[in-house]
Design a protein around this ligand. Structure first.
Ligand SMILES: C[S@@+](CC[C@H](N)C(=O)[O-])C[C@H]1O[C@@H](n2cnc3c(N)ncnc32)[C@H](O)[C@@H]1O
Length: 307
């Protein structure tokens, strides 16, 4: 299966709302790598190619990707009510649910998975992560800033999680999933590969959102690493639009200022116990490329079905 689907995860800094702007600069390619995959929204939007790699330094995240790729049915089963012995979920938290039915999205189960549950294997780790990601505010997975944020109207309901997992699993077949530092991935990328590079922001409270974040040194280390691979690889970088980044990447061929609108849907029961409409924000970023990208044509030629 190679169609365009949404990321299975909710992910801070995800590029879902910018995907068309991004795809307009993506040339034809036979090897595609995301060294900072996060929710992988560009990978999931575009068709796969001969070689595809998703990498992230967050081991919990890559474990879920691998579990979805290799054990989708086991994960689906984990997310159903099982006997207490199988799942170690106290029966009082699921007493209204029949055995074999999906676990409901409730604040009590969210608290349980966040603070009490101790996974004993990779499947349990993936199940816990998936449940928390789908039910936390804005998909923020940093435990210090993780809050209940599910609403029936705005969130994907648990009864739809299995089909989400299955179609994601199909798309992930034959995809290489790695848990490495970006330098290792970029230096070892095959010649001519296209890399979509979406690092943590330069100026942002990124430690609030991600489990693994960047120091200033990491940003300089990334720029150096890209520079030494500049002649070998095609690079598409997206970063926050700041003078420091413009300066750091002044040697790249193209720099585009981009803006898009996006919405964060929330059920903010921390504030008032009721559903709130999504809040509107503007994404402002730089697209920095080391190849010549002809707007319009790129996407149409490479992926006519997305035009
Ligand atoms: C901005 S997010 C990527 C968002 C993604 N493009 C999307 O659409 O959802 C940045 C990611 O970089 C990862 N990261 C942080 N430090 C890293 C490192 N040294 N090597 C690889 N990945 C790293 C974080 O875990 C995080 O998932």
């Amino acid at each position: 299966m190679n169609s365009s689907i949404n990321s299975p995860f909710r992910y801070a800094g995800g590029k879902f709302y910018a995907r068309k702007l991004i795809l307009a600069h993506i040339p034809k390619h036979t090897a595609y790598i995301e060294p900072f995959a996060g929710g992988g929204s560009i990978f999931f939007t575009k068709p796969k190619t001969d070689f595809n790699q998703l990498n992230d330094i967050d081991e919990e995240l890559t474990n879920v990707y691998k579990t979805i790729r290799d054990f989708p049915n086991e994960l689906i089963n984990f997310l159903k009510r099982n006997t207490v012995k199988q799942s170690r979920i106290p029966s009082k938290l699921v007493e209204s649910v029949l055995i074999g039915e999906p676990l409901p999205a409730t604040k009590e189960l969210h608290t349980f998975f966040k603070s009490e549950y101790n996974p004993t294997n990779e499947l349990e780790r993936a199940g816990r992560w998936f449940y928390l990601n789908r039910t936390s505010y804005s998909g923020i997975m940093n435990v210090k800033n993780m809050y209940w944020g599910y609403g029936d109207k705005f969130s994907m309901q648990p009864k739809n999680w299995p089909q989400n997992i299955l179609r994601t699993s199909q798309k992930l077949q034959s995809v290489e999933i790695t848990n490495l530092d970006f330098e290792n991935v970029i230096d070892n990328a095959p010649d001519g590969a296209l890399l979509f590079i979406d690092p943590p922001y330069f100026n942002a409270d990124q430690d609030k959102f991600y489990q693994c974040y960047f120091s200033k040194d990491d940003h300089y280390r990334l720029a150096e690493c890209l520079r030494r691979n500049n002649n070998r690889l095609r690079l598409f970088i997206t970063y926050d639009n700041t003078p420091a980044i413009r300066e750091l990447y002044s040697w790249m061929l193209e720099m585009h200022d981009k803006e898009w609108n996006y919405c964060i849907q929330r059920t903010d029961d921390q504030k008032n116990g009721s559903d709130k409409k999504g809040e509107r924000y503007k994404g402002k970023e730089l697209f920095i490329l080391n190849y010549n990208s002809v707007q319009q044509n790129q996407l149409m030629v490479a992926f006519p079905e997305l035009a």
